[in-house]
Structure formats: structure tokens, C-alpha cells
Ligand binder design. Structure first.
Ligand SMILES: Nc1nc2c(c(=O)[nH]1)N[C@H]1C(S)=C(S)[C@@H](COP(=O)(O)OP(=O)(O)OC[C@H]3O[C@@H](n4cnc5c(=O)[nH]c(N)nc54)[C@H](O)[C@@H]3O)O[C@H]1N2
Ligand SMILES: Nc1nc2c(c(=O)[nH]1)N[C@H]1C(S)=C(S)[C@@H](COP(=O)(O)OP(=O)(O)OC[C@H]3O[C@@H](n4cnc5c(=O)[nH]c(N)nc54)[C@H](O)[C@@H]3O)O[C@H]1N2
Ligand code: SF4
Ligand SMILES: [Mo]
Length: 763
């Protein structure tokens, strides 16, 4: 028996990775508490976060998968046999080898999820296997913003909100109160309380909108027109930063032409907002320093995504808010190993390039787009991660699974994602995955996706594994810490699974480090920091400098920006090479691929045909974030379920009255793709919008009982598709979809009492 000791480790229930101290006795954790001595720690964050206490119970949770499982019955029947790791990995490797021999290495696809784990081990494995077919969640989450920042500024930017310096923060299509219950949300509240101006752009009156100086609630999908109008007002009133524009911006006159028709009044009509509010917001933005933060409200509107991000880049630039203290900072290249080096993309088999399904379909998000970008950003010494920026489009991967075109994809490895719930077109995803020869899922529990696997491999989670979060290596910042214990039962870390599979498939030189700690140590080594030193503070972050474009280089000239012209490209010289526009265009978002220009939509703001407008008179927003859940996670927690027991469709009180429905009524929401059932809730928001939760399933229902975990009942993604809508990156729409809502007589599985009023959780 050993003495109880406290060991440093991290919570990993959201991207923050807060520092914890775990009480450990005989290799088992008996409790955790926040660790104020290491990064990241915030007393207010820990006080308001409901998740971190789950860390202890999760280690021994009855529904955790603890041993490798192999399917024995029909797919999805819930019949498994326990196998040893060697048996599982030998068989998987043998089957991958023979599938690759028959069809080529593209036969294997993989899928990854949100930032739950390090993904370079999977990327490395796929590179050396020779397959480009990893489906990330990037196209629908952060890729469009990163791409547009990269091509406009030569690198990515992060906001910099400083008390007493920043005068305005624009919060565009993001609700940090629910999605980011962290230091940033606390910071934003203080900023507003101290008199800072918030401009909030969201069709729902969120908690952050309540703090705003100006709340603009545009029709979902019309944000590009709003952005063009903000630019119009700034330019018309001569509020641009002339000196900065003259010195550092390329194509100002072209931008002036594009925004000319987009007066505040034109935007008021197209977006259904108040013209005076547009002018007021424009003046606040121009006053500066102004920081911008955006989220899935504008990332998940299909065709318009590139344009809206380009327009925001232009707003930052013409107001001089680029790499400026109190506004935003252009990140520095990491001192530690680049993501590119970790994922070993330069060592990839040639097939990785040749087999790209994205080529010709999503011309930026493909090998050629990446190579052109790399050539430019490397001029100023920064290299972007390749696999994230070339990840395969799910529509194309699913198509290859379904049809064998352009070549067959017959196997899939899934790490840290639950595509049967979170991908657009969930029924299609299920059918495609059910038809595979080999489906391997690395998981904590039997999710709807794991339930149909051939192998479920038990994965070690927080506390049982170290963490090194570098956000794709786009900044010189890393945080994390050690594991407090070895993995419980027979669980392994994701890294070990890819390493051991890789070694079985001849990737002998690629995996020199036997443990994840050694691999992290190798990653940090170029920065001159050992893993142990790093773990003492949990942070590697040399504060970045600002105004780096003014730095004088060896040639006696200022560094400028890593773009084709060396300036910020209001008019892009890069995008037209890939079929894109030089300037942001007034494109309407959403509407399931039925994208069209705003001009065509002016008389018909929903952008849909008359008949469709009759059938689907409202606009759907899916997946607005809510604590305490996260995507399809944490529904197994009984306390969470007691407090927040059913998925909701939320409308304004006026719309509820118009529909003749009371809060708590079971409703069916539908789009032209499908429908899902919810309980009705009301909140302050636009009267033409319906907002539905996403991610819901019943982890407590036995796997294989025919009900598929209940994920089909309230599946937001029964109502969406993952088509290529944005033409350069391939983003699709989870927001701004034409929809209908009506009462349903069905009893929902979420409530035992019919018509139970949903619990009141704030937006
Ligand atoms: N609790 C919780 N936190 C999470 C997650 C989770 O699932 N649950 N997921 C994590 C992930 S993967 C991500 S990507 C982030 C996302 O984080 P956020 O981007 O902050 O996501 P939301 O909180 O849904 O905020 C998006 C807002 O956009 C608004 N919106 C919808 N359509 C439009 C539109 O057309 N225009 C505009 N201007 N706004 C619109 C919605 O009303 C909503 O308030 O959250 C992360 N954090
Ligand atoms: N309709 C609609 N659909 C959406 C969205 C929306 O707003 N609306 N949002 C989209 C966005 S932005 C995102 S990012 C995606 C999120 O989609 P996903 O990433 O698919 O969703 P999660 O529920 O986060 O899935 C994580 C799964 O991985 C497991 N897991 C967690 N950590 C680890 C780990 O370290 N290793 C392994 N092997 N497994 C782990 C969890 O148990 C869980 O089952 O959803 C997208 N889908
Ligand atoms: S879930 Fe809570 S404690 Fe855990 S990392 Fe996120 S904010 Fe920190
Ligand atoms: Mo995301």
C-alpha cells in the first residue's frame, strides 16, 4: 500500500485543459481539485464549470469500454467478444494490408473530431499508410476562417482584448457564454461592465447580446451583406485608417467598388436589421482598437463562409486593427516542432497526394492549394499544418464508400468523433459506415458510431494520459501537463494504438518514441524545453510581439505580410488562382446548397423558391451550444441529464403564440432533408428562426437493442447534408436552413411525463 499523493494533471473535458491535482493511491485516483499553481487556472472558471468533477467518476464509469471488443453478431447487434490487443491489432493490420494490396492505400479513411486529443499520431499513420482520406471537422468548424486569414494576412490572427486599451469587441456568430465557459467569457463580461463596447451579431439574444452596445440580429445567412455595409459606412464616413491602408493594404479601390451598393439601408433590407444600428456599429468598430471574434454562426452557413470571413479580414484591415495591441495579434511560428513535422507530411507516400479526392472539387482545401499557401507563408518562416488544411471532404469520402468511385474506400478508423450523430446527413453516414469491410472505433464508450464497429478499442482519457495542446502549431504557444496515473484496465492512449498499428505495417522508422511522453518531449525539444520543465508550469508561451510587418529585415526593408504582394490583400491575388474572387461578394449563406447572390434574393429573403418558402417558412439554426453538454458528449452524466433532460427547439414567444404552442409541447421540426423531434422552448430571438439542439442520444440504452441509442429521434443532422457548398474549402450549412415546425402527438423518449416543461437553462 502506498501513501496518498497529489499529482499534477489536466481536465480535458473542453479545449481549455484546466490544471488539476489528482489524489492518487495505489495507482488509483480518489479525488481531484483545481491546481492554482499551473496554467491554465481561473477560480471563476473552475467555480462555474460543472464538468471537472466528472474526471474521477469517468475513470471507473460502468459504461466505459475497458478491453478491446470485436464484433461477433450482425453489425450493430451489440454482440462482442473480448480480444487481446495483439489479436485486435494483428487482425486490423492484416486486413488493412490486404485491402490496400487489392485497392490501393486510399481504401482506408479515417475520421477525427473536435480538439479532444493530439491528432498528429493519426495523421502520421495515415501519411505513411499512403492515404489522404482523413475527414476532419475542419471544413465545418475552423478551416474557412483559418484559410481566409492565411490568404489575406499571410498567417492567422487571434484577438487581443486588453482592459483599458481595447475599445470595442465584435462578437460575430459566437456565444462564448455557453460554448466557452472559460477565462475568455469572464474577460468579456468584465470588459463590458467596465464600459467597453460590444457589437454582437446573432439572430438570438444570447447572454453576450444582453451586454452589447449594439445587438444586430440579421436573418441567418445574410452576414456578408451586413459586413459589406459596415465597410461601406466606414469608408463613406472617412473612418478608415488612412495611413495603415496606404502603407499596408492592397486593393482598397476595388473594395470601395464592391461595397458601394451596400449602404446601411441596403443591408437593413437584405438582413432585416435597423440601418441606424448598422451605422452605430460601424462607428464603434472604426473607433478602435477593435477585436473581432467569430464562431459557428458564420462558419456553418455553406456558400457564404469564405466571403464573410474575407469581409471580416477587410474590416480589420481598413480600420488598422491587424497585429495591433488591443485588437489582434498575428501569431509567431512555434519554437517547438511544427505540426507538419509531427504529422510527417513531407515523408508521406506519394499516393497521399495523387489520391486526393478533394482535387478539383475543393481547390483550396487540397494538395495544390496547400502547396501554394506554403510557398507564400514560408517567406516569413511560418509553416501551416498540412493534413488539417487538406483533410478530405466527407461528401467525397462517403461517395467513394457508397459507389467505389473514383476508387473504393472500404475501411475507416474513427478517433474522437461520433459521425453518426455529428455529421450532416446522419442516415447516409450510417448506411455508408454499415457497408464497410472494416470499421475501427477508438472510444471511451459505445457511442452510436462505436455500436456499429467491427472493433472498439478502449482509449485512455484525461488523467490517464499526458496532454500537449498546440492548436495545430499555428502559434508559438503550448499548454498541458502529465498523466497522473497509468491507463486503467486495458485501455491505451490513442498514440499507442497508431504507433503499434504503424509498426505492424512497416512504419518502423516513424515511431522512435515508445511513449506519448517521449513523443511530447521530442516535440518540445527544438524550443529547448524538457517535458519535465514544461510540466512544472504547464505553459510554453513567449508573449508575441505586435506590428511585426514593420520589422526591418537584413535587406533594410520592413517585413510586411507573407502574401503575394507583401501587403494585406483586400483584393486577393491568391484566391483567383483557385477559382475564387478577388474581393468579398454578397453571397447568401445556408439554404442547403441553393446558394445564390443576394441580388437574386432581394425580393425573396429566404433565398428559396416560392413553393419551398411555403413549405418551409422559417429559418433553422442547429447546434447552438449549451452547457453542460458538448456535441454528443456527457449525456451519460445523470446529474446533467436531471438538470437538462430533453433536447429543445427554441422559438421566440411571438412565434410560439403564432403556432399556438406552449413551452414543453412536443414538436417536429423538418427541412427538405428530414425531421427531428424536440420539446418547445421560448427565448428572445428573431421571430422567423427555429433553433434546435444537437448531439443528443441515450448512452443508458443498451447497445444493440434496435433503438440505435435513440440518436435518430432528435437528430439535428437528420435535417442537414454535408454537400460541397462553399466552393473553395467545401463547407456546408448547419445554420440558415429553410424549415417548418409543427406539433407532434408522439411521446418523446426523453421525458417520462408527457409535455414535461423543459428545464430553464439560459441560452
Ligand atoms: N457547451 C458546449 N460548448 C462547446 C461545444 C458544444 O458542443 N457544447 N462545441 C465546441 C465546438 S466544436 C465549437 S466549434 C465551438 C462553437 O462555439 P460558438 O461558435 O460560440 O457556438 P455557439 O455557442 O453555438 O454560437 C454560435 C451562435 O451563432 C448564432 N447564429 C446562427 N446562425 C447565424 C447566422 O447566420 N449569423 C450569425 N451572425 N449568427 C448565427 C447562433 O444563434 C449562436 O448563438 O463551441 C465549442 N464549445
Ligand atoms: N447540426 C450540427 N452538426 C454539427 C455542429 C453543429 O453545430 N450543428 N457542429 C459541428 C462541429 S463545429 C464539430 S467540431 C463537430 C463535433 O463533432 P464530434 O467531434 O464528432 O463530436 P463529439 O461529441 O465531440 O465526439 C467526440 C467523441 O470522441 C470521444 N472522445 C473524446 N475524447 C477522445 C479522445 O481523446 N480519444 C478518443 N479516441 N475518443 C475521444 C467521445 O467519447 C465522443 O464520443 O460537430 C459538427 N456537427
Ligand atoms: S471542462 Fe471545465 S475544468 Fe475542464 S478544461 Fe473545460 S473549463 Fe476547464
Ligand atoms: Mo467545432
Amino acid at each position: 500500500m502506498s501513501e496518498t499523493e497529489e499529482r499534477p494533471t489536466n481536465c480535458q473535458y473542453c479545449g481549455y485543459g484546466c490544471a488539476l491535482l489528482a489524489r492518487v493511491k495505489d495507482g488509483r485516483v480518489t479525488g481531484v481539485r483545481p491546481d492554482p499553481s499551473r496554467y491554465p487556472y481561473g477560480s471563476a472558471v473552475m467555480a462555474s464549470c460543472k464538468r471537472w468533477p466528472m474526471n474521477v467518476e469517468a475513470l471507473d464509469a460502468p459504461d466505459r469500454v475497458n478491453v478491446p471488443l470485436r464484433r461477433v453478431g450482425a453489425r450493430g447487434s451489440g454482440q462482442w467478444e473480448r480480444v487481446s490487443w495483439d489479436e485486435a491489432l494483428d487482425d486490423i493490420a492484416a486486413r488493412l494490408r490486404s485491402l490496400s494490396a487489392e485497392h490501393g492505400p486510399g481504401v482506408l479513411a479515417s475520421a477525427i473530431g473536435g480538439p479532444h486529443a493530439s491528432y498528429w499520431p493519426l495523421h502520421r499513420f495515415m501519411n505513411l499508410f499512403g492515404s489522404p482520406n482523413n475527414m476532419g471537422i475542419g471544413q465545418i468548424c475552423w478551416n474557412p476562417r483559418i484559410w481566409m486569414d492565411l490568404v489575406t494576412f499571410g498567417w492567422t490572427v487571434e484577438l487581443d482584448v486588453v482592459r483599458g486599451l481595447t475599445s470595442c469587441v465584435v462578437v460575430w456568430g459566437t456565444n462564448p457564454a455557453q460554448s466557452d465557459n472559460s477565462a475568455f467569457w469572464q474577460h468579456l463580461q468584465t470588459f463590458a461592465q467596465e464600459g467597453g463596447d460590444l457589437v454582437v451579431i446573432d439572430p438570438r439574444r444570447t447572454e453576450v447580446a444582453e451586454l452589447a452596445s449594439v445587438w444586430l440580429a440579421p436573418r441567418p445567412g445574410t452576414d456578408t451583406m451586413l459586413a459589406l455595409a459596415l465597410l461601406h459606412v466606414i469608408i463613406e464616413e472617412g473612418l478608415e485608417d488612412r495611413t495603415f491602408v496606404d502603407a499596408w493594404c492592397h486593393g482598397f479601390d476595388e473594395l470601395v467598388e464592391v461595397v458601394a451598393p451596400w449602404t446601411a439601408e441596403a443591408a437593413a433590407e437584405a438582413c432585416d436589421v435597423d440601418a441606424d444600428d448598422v451605422r452605430k456599429a460601424a462607428r464603434l468598430i472604426a473607433a478602435g482598437p477593435t477585436a473581432f471574434v467569430s464562431g459557428r454562426g458564420i462558419d456553418q452557413v455553406g456558400a457564404a463562409v469564405g466571403h464573410i470571413h474575407r469581409a471580416i479580414c477587410c474590416l480589420r484591415a481598413v480600420t488598422g486593427n491587424v497585429d495591433r495591441p488591443g485588437a489582434c495579434v498575428l501569431a509567431e511560428a512555434p519554437d517547438f516542432a511544427s505540426e507538419l513535422a509531427m504529422e510527417m507530411s513531407d515523408e508521406a507516400a506519394p499516393s497521399c497526394r495523387d489520391l486526393s479526392l478533394n482535387r478539383g472539387r475543393t481547390p483550396l482545401q487540397c494538395p495544390e492549394g496547400y502547396d501554394a499557401l506554403r510557398e507564400i507563408t514560408e517567406k516569413l518562416g511560418r509553416t501551416a499544418p498540412r493534413r488539417y488544411l487538406t483533410s478530405a471532404h466527407p461528401d467525397l469520402v462517403l461517395h467513394a464508400m457508397e459507389t467505389g468511385e473514383p476508387y473504393p474506400i472500404r475501411a475507416l478508423i474513427v478517433q474522437a468523433t461520433n459521425p453518426l450523430v455529428t455529421y450532416g446527413g446522419s442516415a447516409r453516414v450510417r448506411r455508408a459506415l454499415e457497408g464497410l469491410d472494416l470499421l475501427v472505433v477508438l472510444e471511451y464508450r459505445l457511442t452510436p458510431t462505436a455500436a456499429i464497429a467491427d472493433y472498439v478499442l478502449p482509449i485512455a482519457g484525461a488523467i490517464e494520459r499526458p496532454m500537449l495542446q498546440v492548436h495545430g502549431g499555428v502559434a508559438n504557444a503550448a499548454y498541458g501537463g502529465p498523466a497522473a496515473v497509468e491507463p486503467y484496465y486495458e485501455r491505451k492512449r490513442d498514440y499507442d494504438v497508431f504507433r503499434e498499428l504503424g509498426l505492424r505495417l512497416g512504419q518502423t522508422d516513424a515511431w522512435p518514441q515508445a511513449t506519448l511522453e517521449e513523443a511530447f518531449a521530442a516535440e518540445l525539444a527544438p524550443a529547448g524545453v524538457s517535458w519535465e520543465q514544461f510540466c512544472e508550469t504547464g505553459l510554453y508561451w513567449p508573449p508575441p510581439a505586435f506590428n511585426k510587418h514593420e520589422r526591418i529585415g537584413d535587406d533594410g526593408r520592413p517585413a510586411g505580410f507573407a502574401t503575394t504582394t507583401g501587403k494585406i490583400e483586400l483584393a486577393s491575388e491568391f484566391l483567383p488562382r483557385f477559382g475564387g474572387f478577388r474581393t468579398p461578394q454578397p453571397v447568401l449563406g445556408g439554404h442547403m446548397g441553393e446558394s445564390r447572390s443576394a441580388a437574386g434574393a432581394a425580393g425573396n429573403p429566404s433565398g428559396a423558391s416560392e413553393a419551398a418558402a411555403d413549405a418551409f417558412p422559417f429559418t433553422l439554426v442547429t447546434g447552438a451550444r449549451r452547457q453542460p453538454y458538448n456535441a454528443s458528449m456527457y449525456f451519460e452524466n445523470p446529474r446533467f441529464r436531471a438538470a437538462c433532460s430533453a433536447p429543445r427547439a427554441t422559438v421566440s414567444p411571438k412565434l410560439a403564440a403564432r403556432l399556438g404552442l406552449a413551452p414543453g409541447a412536443p414538436v417536429e421540426v423538418s427541412t427538405r432533408c428530414g425531421s427531428a423531434k424536440y420539446l418547445l422552448d421560448v427565448a428572445d430571438m428573431r421571430d422567423d428562426v427555429v433553433s434546435v439542439d444537437y448531439g443528443w442520444w441515450h448512452p443508458e440504452w443498451p447497445c444493440g437493442d434496435g433503438r440505435r441509442g435513440g440518436a435518430d429521434e432528435s437528430s439535428a443532422n437528420a435535417m442537414t447534408v454535408c454537400a460541397i457548398e462553399e466552393p473553395l474549402v467545401g463547407s456546408w450549412s448547419y445554420n440558415a436552413l429553410p424549415c417548418a415546425i409543427s406539433p407532434t402527438a408522439d411521446q418523446l423518449s426523453w421525458t417520462s411525463v408527457e409535455g414535461d416543461a423543459p428545464d430553464s437553462v439560459k441560452q
